[in-house]
Design a protein around this ligand. Structure first.
Ligand code: ADP
Ligand code: TPP
Ligand code: MG
Ligand code: MG
Ligand code: MG
Length: 323
């Protein structure tokens, strides 16, 4: 059993609430409230899995935990509003450190005028933080993984592989402020996703496991094939300089960049580029969408003139050989 088959096994066959629009199966769930839709998601970070207390400041642990959740709201095109925080606290954590975790969350949440409206506190063996976020999206404007159509452009924001490289810098004590910052305090692409609200149809997914994985999620959910040109994938020059033997894999499956992977019609693509430019954010066409050749949507990668299937390869919890 891995994480994905576990989620499949506990997925309800049907939902009872008529206000529910999207349950399990996307970056966040959506339900309808009068004219607006409400979007909610939860993500958890555990010491030793998502960060190490030895190498990450409590401030960044809080900042990053909220950023990962806001990234799911961004992937739905939602405007952040509220969050709730559940923490498991081991006995060797000082109150001052916990205050720092909350200061990190506030520093990101304040920028979006978010309110913290509750949570839960328990003691336990490993530090863990679980955040539930709530946001609003205009009716029928939530951005689902199911929305990709043949002929679309496949794009990604920012650069990929930075977070994994940043983690390596931390572990190997390599002093690269940019990469370490990208790992410790990632920027969820909320404003960019909101700027796309004028478009009727956009598919979005945020990059937590790596585009090999999130690409497959879009391909499967939309029943389309995605074609990625390796050479067009954007990355920061320092990752190639520092990690020449690893960066190529990290671009595809390093994960935790919290960038957005999306598709949009070719006609609207120039407008997407313009909106990104206005925000000083880079957005790059990395491929295109076609009809699925097989019964299930797949991702293909072209590299050095050869095209091969790109398998899901990011971080999967509950895998054999991994705790
Ligand atoms: N333990 C669980 N119980 C119920 N639903 C879950 C559980 N774990 C994940 N899900 C749901 O499965 C879907 C995929 O989750 P996940 O891969 O964590 O998404 P993301 O990468 O966007 O955070 C989401 O709809 C999520 O809410
Ligand atoms: C100490 C440490 N080891 C390994 C990693 C790498 N890592 C841990 S979880 C993860 C994937 C993202 O986390 P997940 O819980 O799958 O987030 P979700 O897909 O639910 O958004 C990655 C790349 C890390 N960030 N820190
Ligand atoms: Mg997500
Ligand atoms: Mg998740
Ligand atoms: Mg994951």
């Amino acid at each position: 059993m891995d994480e994905f088959s576990f989620i499949d096994s506990i997925k309800p066959d049907s939902y009872r609430q008529s206000s529910l629009i999207k349950g399990i199966d996307d970056d966040a769930a959506v339900f309808r409230q009068n004219t607006q839709d409400i979007v909610t998601a939860v993500d958890t970070m555990v010491d030793g899995i998502h960060f190490s207390r030895e190498t990450m400041e409590p401030y960044s642990i809080g900042y990053r935990a909220l950023a990962a959740n806001l990234s799911d709201l961004a992937a739905m095109g939602a405007e952040p509003a509220f969050f709730m925080v559940s923490i498991v606290i081991p006995s060797d954590w000082a109150e001052q450190e916990l205050q720092e975790v909350y200061r990190g969350m506030a520093s990101l949440g304040d920028g979006y005028r978010m309110d913290m409206i509750g949570g839960d506190t328990v003691s336990g063996k490993e530090f863990a933080i679980s955040i539930t976020v709530f946001g609003y999206v205009e009716r029928n404007k939530a951005r689902y993984r199911t929305a990709a159509l043949p002929g679309d452009i496949l794009f990604v924001t920012g650069t990929l592989g930075d977070s994994r490289a940043g983690l390596e810098c931390i572990n190997k004590k390599i002093d690269n402020e940019y990469l370490i910052q990208r790992h410790c305090q990632p920027s969820p692409r909320i404003t960019f996703a909101e700027q796309l609200s004028s478009f009727n149809r956009v598919a979005l997914n945020d990059v937590s496991d790596g585009i090999a994985s999130e690409g497959s999620e879009i391909a499967e959910a939309s029943c389309v094939d995605l074609h990625i040109a390796y050479d067009s994938i954007p990355y920061h020059s320092s990752i190639a300089e520092l990690f020449p033997n690893q960066y190529q894999e990290w671009i595809l499956s390093g994960g935790e960049d919290f960038e957005l992977l999306g598709t949009i019609s070719e006609r609207e693509w120039p407008e997407v580029q313009q909106k990104a430019e206005e925000l000083n954010l880079s957005v790059t066409k990395i491929g295109y969408v076609s009809e699925a050749r097989e019964s299930k949507g797949l991702v293909y990668l072209t590299m050095d003139g050869r095209t091969e299937r790109l398998e899901k390869s990011g971080y999967t919890h509950l895998q054999e050989g991994r705790d």
